[in-house]
Design a binder for this molecule. Sequence first.
Ligand code: AMP
Ligand code: MG
Length: 420
Amino acid sequence: MTRFVGHGREQVTTADELTSVEDHLQAILASLPRQDPIELTTLDSLGLVLGADVVSHTTLPPFANAAMDGYAVVASDIAAATVDRPVRLPVVGEVLAGAPTTPQVGTGRVVRIMTGAPVPHGADAVVPVETTSDADGEVAFHRPAAAGDHVRLPGEDMQPGQVLLKAGRRVQPADIALLAAAGVARVLCVPPPRVVVLSSGDELVQATREPGPGQIRDSNGPMLSSMVRAAGGIPFTTGIVPDDRKALMYAFDTNLGHADLFVCTGGASAGTRDLLPDVIGAMGEVATAKVAMRPGMPQIRGLISGTPVIGLPGNPVSAFVSFEVFVRPAIRRLQGRRDLARPVVSARATQDLRGAPDKRHFVRVRLARESDGWTATPTGAQGSHMVSSISAADGLAVVPEDVEAVRAGEQVRVQVLVDG
Ligand code: AMP
Ligand code: MG
């Protein structure tokens, strides 16, 4: 792992000092602990990953029932029915959905039946009412039926012992229906990770305050907390921590108990007040890296008492892009998810997109759908302090390390910033 040299200015960084985006991401993912599953009520499991197979103890449907409104019949009784020579049979009763008992159906008699009602003993088919006609207290059948027609059989949906949902599955609304139908009240799930966001910097004031001379509002704290939430984590915040060793140590110490992951911004590079690497190193393990990306080159990863720490640069655009590239996948991995990356589309660049020598350039773009496919247009000034450029973006266009520029009219891959 490369230590910082010089003053962290990209101009002095040579290609062999750089760590690839993939290597830094893999190192972070490899440092993540496994989250122990917890038992939750079925409704609360929506969107979470199952920690164990869910097995049915139920037969569904629990009893043979009608798939249509119509008549429960003995199929052989109407085997000869045709439009010209209908078979007429007497109706001896009616069975509604929810009926605890049913009338007996014998040869030569039928029972009116509703969808979902238990099929009476003796009957072996249901004839839809639409294919019959009334005939003076009797019902006329105009076509034959086969045994089993429009009858839902017990156990055809689920059987006792059957695996309903496999460990590793992310629970969808339809799965909640399956679990409810099976009477499963609680399931083992990977809990959402608790992510503590730490904003550091002597110049920062709370976003709700009026900044004094030389001060700016902390925008990374609220942004990262919301990104944590959008990624499926539970955000906590330490509040603003000054560039001070003791204050930083205190912030880590007092939040360790409820952190599955720390995400820090500011103090990550090589300024005289960039203390995070030293502080994390003093409390645990730390590795700093110059990652081959723009924005977001200076990155920190570490471990304090087994809790992973990711340190992002303080510039808001750098923090945003590095969260996308490193933290979002980590939060999803902590949730037990396997789909870590954003969806990617190919889009036509409407302007030249400059590459960054030896680095992967993530260009904030707006996507539009035209008749010939997607287009990607930069959201304006791309300076790493430009909060407006990230707010306007719905995609990150990726200009690869070895590409000087994607020219207007050429295709570029764009990571789509949609949550789902
Ligand atoms: P640093 O990574 O501490 O060197 O900060 C780089 C730049 O990002 C500086 O201009 C900081 O003022 C700015 N910055 C750092 N932290 C934040 C924050 N939480 N919110 C907004 N800007 C920040
Ligand atoms: Mg700073």
